[in-house]
Design a binder for this molecule. Structure first.
Ligand SMILES: *Cc1c(COP(=O)(O)O)cnc(C)c1O
Length: 381
C-alpha cells in the first residue's frame, strides 16, 4: 500500500556502512535503517547468532520459554537498572512495546497520561494516542483518550499537568522523529520527582535513543534516575524485529496472566540477535565509539554557517538549516543521495543522522568533507 510514498531506491545488499542498490550504485548509510542497524549491515556476529539459533530452534510461541529469551531479559534488566527488580515483555516492534506499556499504565487503575509535545511513540492506535502530531492522529480518531501534552523539557508545565489521577508520564529522553531534541538531565530528574509525588509511573520511550546509540545504554542514564517503564526496539537486535517493554519494581507486575500476549514476541532468533548486539557493543567498545564519532560528526557539521544548530548525543544527531543561504532539508537529502550518502530530513529545515555504532572516523571525516559541497548542490536542486 502506498503508505510511504514512492521509495527513494531499491537496495540489494549491504556490508558495514555501505549499501548497494539494484543498479550497482553504492551509498554510505548515515541513517542505519532509522537508528536500527546498530552493527551496520551484515555484521558477522549477528549473522552467526541468527544462523546458529535458527538452525537450533527458530520459534516455539510463548507457551514455552527459551534460553535466549530468558538470558536477554536478564541482560536488559542488568543494563537498564542494575540491582533493581524487574520484568520484561517482548514484542516485535516499538509501537508494540509501547502498547504493552500503555496497557500496564491502565492497570494502575488510572487512565490519564501526560505526554510531550512533538513526541512520537508509533502508529498503532494506542501509541498514536500519545503522539502529539495532529496530522498523524486526527484521521484515526477516536483514539484511547485522556492524554495531555506539555512542552518538551518544561518541568513547570509537567508539574502543573500531573495530579493524583495521572497513570503515567511518557517521555522520549531524545526525541528522534522530531529532529533530535535532547531532554536535560534536570528535566528527567524533575519528571521522576513529580511522578513519584503523585504515585504516577515514569515511562521512558528509549526505542530510538536506547541500546547504546547515545554512548550510554540508555540516553536517560546520565540523569541517574530509575524509571518505572522503559520501552526499547529499533537498535535492540540490529535489524531483526524485536521490541521490549521493561517494567521495574511494581510496574513489572501490573500485567497478570491473560492481560496481554503475542505470538512472535521475543522469539529465540530475535532474542539471540539482541544478545549478539549487546555482546558486540561491549566487545568492540561501541559505546565509546558512539560518543567519539558523534562528537566528531557534530563539530564537523557545525562548521558550516548555513547550519544554525546541531543537537544530539552519540550517533543520534540532528541539525537545523536556517543560516544565511541554507538550502531546504529535503534538497540536502536528495543531493546527498546523488553523491552516495543516505541521510534523512525530519522536517523542512531539519536533518537527522543515525549511523551504525560501528561508524569509523574515516567515514565521519569523509562525510564532513563532503558536507559543504552537498549544501551548495542542494541550493540548486
Ligand atoms: C520508531 C519509534 C517508535 C515506533 O517503533 P516501530 O518499531 O516503528 O513501531 C516508537 N517510539 C519512538 C521513540 C520511536 O523512535
Amino acid at each position: 500500500m502506498n503508505t510511504f510514498g514512492p521509495p527513494k531506491m531499491v537496495l540489494a545488499r549491504g556490508e558495514g556502512l555501505r549499501v548497494t542498490d539494484v543498479d550497482g550504485n553504492t551509498y554510505v548509510d548515515f541513517l542505519g535503517g532509522i537508528a536500527v542497524n546498530t552493527l551496520g549491515h551484515a555484521h558477522p556476529a549477528l549473522l552467526r547468532a541468527v544462523s546458529e539459533q535458527l538452525a537450533t530452534l527458530g520459534h516455539v510461541s510463548n507457551f514455552f520459554a527459551t534460553t535466549p529469551q530468558v538470558e536477554l531479559a536478564e541482560r536488559l534488566l542488568a543494563l537498564t537498572a542494575p540491582g533493581v527488580d524487574g520484568r520484561v515483555f517482548f514484542a516485535n516492534s516499538g509501537a508494540e512495546a509501547n502498547e504493552a506499556a500503555l496497557k500496564i499504565t491502565r492497570r494502575t487503575g488510572r487512565t490519564h497520561i501526560v505526554a510531550m509535545e512533538d513526541a512520537f511513540h508509533g502508529r498503532t492506535m494506542g501509541s498514536l494516542a500519545l503522539t502529539s502530531k495532529a496530522a498523524y492522529r486526527e484521521p484515526f480518531e477516536p483514539l484511547p483518550g485522556h492524554v495531555t501534552w506539555v512542552p518538551y523539557g518544561d518541568a513547570d508545565a509537567l508539574a502543573a499537568a500531573v495530579d493524583d489521577q495521572t497513570a503515567a508520564v511518557v517521555i522520549e529522553p531524545l526525541q528522534g522523529e522530531a529532529g533530535v531534541n535532547v531532554a536535560s538531565t534536570a528535566f528527567l530528574q524533575a519528571a521522576r520527582e513529580i511522578t513519584t509525588q503523585h504515585g504516577a509511573l515514569l515511562w521512558l520511550d528509549e526505542i530510538q535513543s536506547g541500546m547504546g546509540r547515545t554512548g550510554h545504554w540508555l540516553a536517560s542514564h546520565p540523569a541517574g534516575i530509575t524509571p518505572d517503564l522503559v520501552t526499547l526496539a529499533k537498535g535492540l537486535a540490529g535489524g531483526i524485529p524485536i521490541g521490549a517493554c521493561i517494567g521495574l519494581g511494581r510496574a513489572g507486575s501490573l500485567l497478570e496472566p491473560g492481560n496481554h500476549g503475542t505470538t512472535f514476541g521475543g522469539n529465540p532468533v530475535a532474542s539471540a540477535a539482541a544478545l549478539a548486539v549487546i555482546d558486540t557493543i561491549l566487545g568492540e567498545g561501541l559505546l565509546e565509539n558512539a560518543t567519539a564519532m558523534g562528537e566528531r560528526l557534530r563539530s564537523g557539521l557545525a562548521a558550516d554557517d548555513r547550519v544554525s544548530e546541531v543537537r544530539g548525543s552519540g550517533v543520534l544527531v540532528g541539525l537545523t538549516l536556517t543560516g544565511p543561504g541554507a538550502p531546504a532539508a529535503p534538497a540536502v537529502v536528495a543531493a546527498a543521495q546523488d553523491a552516495g550518502w543516505i541521510i534523512n530530513a525530519t522536517g523542512p529545515d531539519r536533518i537527522r543522522f543515525a549511523p551504525p555504532l560501528v561508524v569509523s572516523a574515516a567515514e565521519v571525516d569523509a562525510f564532513v568533507q563532503a558536507w559543504p559541497t552537498l549544501l551548495d548542490k542542494a541550493v540548486h536542486l
